[in-house]
Design a protein around this ligand. Structure first.
Ligand SMILES: Cc1cc2nc3c(=O)[nH]c(=O)nc-3n(C[C@H](O)[C@H](O)[C@H](O)COP(=O)(O)OP(=O)(O)OC[C@H]3O[C@@H](n4cnc5c(N)ncnc54)[C@H](O)[C@@H]3O)c2cc1C
Length: 408
């Protein structure tokens, strides 16, 4: 187990500087254009693939970094460049982690490479859990997976929504109900391989922010996938369902929710994205406040402005510390006894929203225009308090963890 440290080692510093260079030279200059186009920035993803940033290899190295700092450092730098483009680059990771967490070695080896493609033929992947009537309330999911034993195939029917890369992905990971009696314990995840008949893209959403990232509905109409596409395999699923049924029969006993633990471990990564956006807006505001003169002096000469910047920086640093702590805990298998993963996502996402709004205020009229990037950053920041669990859901998880009670 690695000791918790706030000091990046030499190798990590080198990687951070390399990522920062890519964010500054490739991502940031392209940000305004792809935000306006509201399209997936394929050329930028391709560029990231060419240099090795968009690759299974790179993410695996960061994901398994025992210090826990690899993923937060990567997210912070890429999202510092631009949130929409960065999400297009890292969105595949959400589906890849779904396979890593639940798949067999064979499934990991078969499907994750197909999610990324290669530098000459870049692909993306999508993770499809949310539905029109099942957002925060995952247990009310309706997409059904039924086993056709004669053919050893699963048949999937339903509508997924808000899927990042949904419909344009080479590989879709779909969560579906296999036993409706068991609520969220009766869910399982499936791979839908490239070009599977019955899977189609529904509505593509026009969004407030992160507009370079593709978000769409995914329709599943009698989608047939081989038995081998059930993540973890049938035997493991049957054992898990039997345990859940047994516990449900006994009643009262609270079943440890594996999905909850996975969320706690993945939420710091979203927190780190928020830190990246917040830091970007803070830097623009600091620079502007030092150079913009009114009443014959830089506006930062006013305590009203300087104190705002002091608060912004303090909150960003505090957010990063919470993110790094939770990420270290996740990698080292520490129990989240106070929902530290949710804490880090809650604080960092609320900080990003606040800091980007303050940045607009500090830039005055310029901050409100698309001539300056803080307007875009503020629109982008609003997503962090919504996806991967809203701020209200984070508070619910923290409160329940602290109290041990089913707070509603
Ligand atoms: C751009 C974008 C990308 C996304 N990408 C993906 C993806 O790749 N894959 C995927 O599966 N999903 C994705 N999502 C879905 C996202 O995770 C959901 O939007 C989120 O979980 C919230 O669900 P909802 O939108 O249905 O809101 P709802 O659950 O309907 O919530 C509405 C409001 O009620 C509040 N609320 C709900 N329940 C409670 C409660 N018990 N206590 C207090 N307040 C409550 C919420 O906090 C919120 O403010 C994405 C969403 C967006 C916008």
């Amino acid at each position: 187990m690695a000791e918790f440290t706030m000091e990046l080692n030499d190798e990590q510093k080198e990687v951070r500087d390399w990522l920062h260079g890519f964010a500054a030279d490739v991502i940031r200059p392209a940000a305004a254009e792809w935000d306006e186009r509201e399209e997936t920035p394929w050329p930028v993803i391709q560029e990231a693939a060419k240099v090795g940033i968009y690759s299974l290899d790179f993410y695996a190295r960061q994901y398994f970094d025992a210090t826990g700092l690899g993923i937060p450092m990567t997210m912070e730098e890429l999202f510092w460049g631009d949130a929409g483009i960065a999400l297009s680059i890292v969105g595949t990771g959400l589906a890849a982690v779904g396979v890593l967490a639940n798949g067999t070695e064979e499934q990991i080896g078969t499907w994750i490479p197909q999610m990324y493609g290669d530098a000459h033929d870049v692909k993306v992947a999508a993770f499809c859990s949310s539905e029109p009537d099942a957002g925060s309330d995952v247990a009310s999911m309706r997409t059904r997976a039924v086993y056709d034993e004669a053919k050893d195939e699963w048949v999937l029917n339903g509508t997924k929504t808000w899927a990042t890369n949904g419909g344009i992905a080479n590989v879709h990971v779909v969560v579906a109900v296999v036993d409706p009696e068991l609520g969220s314990k009766g869910h399982a995840s499936f791979i839908v391989p490239p070009n599977t008949p019955g899977l189609s893209q529904g509505q593509k959403f026009k969004k407030h922010g992160i507009r370079a990232s593709h978000t769409a509905e995914v329709i599943l109409d009698d989608v047939r996938v081989p038995g081998s596409c059930l993540l973890g395999g049938k035997e493991k699923l049957d054992e898990r369902l039997a345990r859940a049924r047994e516990k449900a029969k006994k009643g009262g006993e609270r079943v440890k929710n594996a999905a909850m633990a996975t969320f706690e471990a993945s939420r710091p990564a979203v927190g780190a994205m928020a830190v990246g956006t917040a830091r970007a807006a803070y830097e623009v505001a600091l620079d502007y406040a030092r150079t913009r003169e009114q009443f014959g002096r830089p506006v930062i000469d006013n305590q009203g402005v300087a104190f705002q910047l002091a608060d912004m920086r303090t909150q960003i640093d505090a957010a990063r510390l919470l993110v790094w702590r939770a990420s270290w805990m996740a990698v080292n298998g520490r129990p989240f006894t106070a929902a530290e993963g949710s804490m880090s996502k809650l604080f960092a996402s609320e900080t990003a929203k606040k800091v980007t709004a303050q940045a607009i205020q500090i830039l005055g009229g310029n901050g409100y225009t698309r001539e300056y990037p803080v307007e875009r950053m503020h629109r982008d920041a609003a997503i962090y308090t919504i996806f991967e669990g809203t701020s209200e859901i984070q508070r619910l998880v923290i409160a329940r963890t602290l109290s041990g009670l089913p707070i509603r």
